[in-house]
Design a protein around this ligand. Structure first.
Ligand code: 5AD
Ligand code: SF4
Length: 451
């Protein structure tokens, strides 16, 4: 058995792709390892979204080169592959910058890995694949073998046509593509048969999903969710990431009507200032966003909201930043991600004149994160004392402990629940820790197991 080490950076779509690469290589005799020094094949599945994320790859490749050299000195061999968005964006430059790299494969081409490995074995030099449509990839991938993970990911849509002026995604992931409804349904059924109780539908613009349906019509994400909710044993559905521009009335209504659809919405807004939103080419205003949030809350009053924010976008003034803080206060988030603007080569905003100095970005990020983290604490504290259904996903750090998630996606640790992994069980939330909750079963374990 050969050993495969995959290190994943960036978003959940990369997590999904890494799992699929492992599925693809299993028939070639590769089994997973957590120890890169033991690996016959190392894949770095990379992220290009911010400069820091991309630069990390080269230092990691430097470390991998040392392991590869040591293995070669001991008479062994190691193949190093760079996959994901840095591979797509930088292509041959990676081979030039780090000669220990054998393979470079973009996110739309990784179904060609077996061929590329065969080419290497023939001694045909480095292999580089960076342009094939997502469509061909999904047709060529083997069945999703996510093991028995209770909470699984399923990519339903890829790519982005929105061209926010700061973002590399339209360039690295290509234009929007939706997988056919029946292909998605078959993958979801397979995941449930292997033990999944929750499926998160993934897409860079997942709510722009427009997939060919079995009736010859184009289906929306809400229609897809309605169909998947019928799968016996599939108890929870989630989706991410959405764009405010693509939000359909039917998706909002699904939060009221579809029981399996969890009360959680990741809806990036990026900024609360209209001039900045305009310069970002977001094509919505702060008011549009707030109105959308109101409509979601009307459909599902307890919905937990999450977002992404960028501070220090070129031209952002103190007043613009204040507008972001007011939007955050107006929404009240359960959770959020915030980043300093990072100029990405080739994107329109990178060429803008009024770049914001780093110390200003730092101060704004700190202020925003303080506000968001206070909101997260308030949301978590509001759950203390409540009884919530928890899907147990994996063992916790302590013996006998299990970690699961609430409908609002908060992680919960419960002692003595390890035998409940894969099940949804009522838990009383007893304490709020910094990034998670602590709970207890509401009934004795034997009683829960008897059901
Ligand atoms: N700089 C900083 N953050 C960025 N994001 C995307 N591009 C950039 C950039 N150039 C953030 C956005 C997006 C998230 C995935 O990453 O907030 O929603
Ligand atoms: Fe990037 Fe904007 Fe597309 Fe999101 S919607 S991937 S931020 S261009």
């Amino acid at each position: 058995m050969k050993k495969l080490f995959i290190k994943t950076y960036g978003c959940q779509m990369n997590v999904y792709d890494s799992a699929r690469m492992a599925d693809l290589l299993a028939p070639l005799g590769y089994g997973p390892t957590d120890a890169p020094d033991e690996a016959d094949m190392v894949i770095l599945n990379t992220c290009h979204i911010r400069e820091k994320a991309a630069e990390k790859i080269y230092s990691e490749l430097g470390r991998m080169k040392k392991l590869k050299d040591a293995k070669q000195r001991a008479g062994g061999a190691m193949t190093i592959a760079v996959a994901g968005c840095v591979a797509q964006a930088e292509g041959a430059e990676i081979l030039a910058r780090q000669n220990a790299v054998d393979l470079v494969v973009g996110p739309q081409s990784y179904h060609r890995l077996p061929e590329m490995i065969a080419k290497l074995a023939r001694g045909a030099g480095h292999a580089l694949e960076t342009d094939f449509p997502a469509e061909a990839k999904f047709d060529a991938l083997p069945e999703n073998d996510a093991g028995a993970a209770p909470a699984a990911f399923l990519t339903v849509q890829e790519g982005c046509d929105k061209f926010c002026s700061f973002c590399v995604v339209p360039y690295t992931r290509g234009s929007e593509f939706s997988r056919p409804v029946m292909q998605v349904a078959a993958e979801a059924e397979g995941l449930v048969a292997k033990g999944a109780r929750e499926v998160t539908l993934l897409g860079q613009n997942v709510n722009a999903y427009r997939g060919p349906g079995p009736d010859g019509e184009i289906w929306s994400l809400a229609q897809l969710i309605g169909a998947l909710a019928q799968i016996e044993g599939l108890q929870r559905l989630r989706y991410m990431t959405s764009h405010p521009r693509d939000m359909g009335d039917d998706l909002i209504a699904a939060h009221r009507d579809v029981e399996a659809l969890m009360p959680y919405l990741h809806l990036p807004v990026q900024s609360g200032s209209d001039p900045i939103l305009h310069a970002m080419n977001r094509q919505h205003t702060a008011e549009d966003y707030l109105r959308l949030v109101e409509r979601f809350r009307a459909a599902r009053p307890d919905i937990a909201l999450s977002s992404d924010f960028i501070v220090g976008f070129p031209g952002e003034t103190d007043k613009d930043f204040e507008a972001t803080l007011s939007l955050v206060r107006a929404v009240g988030y359960a959770q959020a991600f915030s980043f300093k603007y990072s100029a990405r080569p080739g994107t329109p905003a990178a060429a803008a004149h009024k770049q914001v100095p780093d110390d200003v970005k730092n101060a704004r990020l700190q202020a925003l994160q303080a506000l968001l983290s206070a909101q997260q604490d308030a949301f978590n504290t509001g759950c203390a004392g409540r009884i919530l259904p928890i899907l147990f996903e994996k063992p916790g750090r302590k013996d006998g402990q299990a970690v699961g998630r609430t409908p609002y996606l908060q992680p919960v640790h419960v002692d003595g629940a390890a035998s409940l992994i894969g099940r949804i069980v009522d838990v009383r939330i007893e304490a709020v820790l910094s990034n998670s909750l602590k709970g207890v079963l509401t009934r004795p374990l034997e009683k829960v197991l008897a059901h």
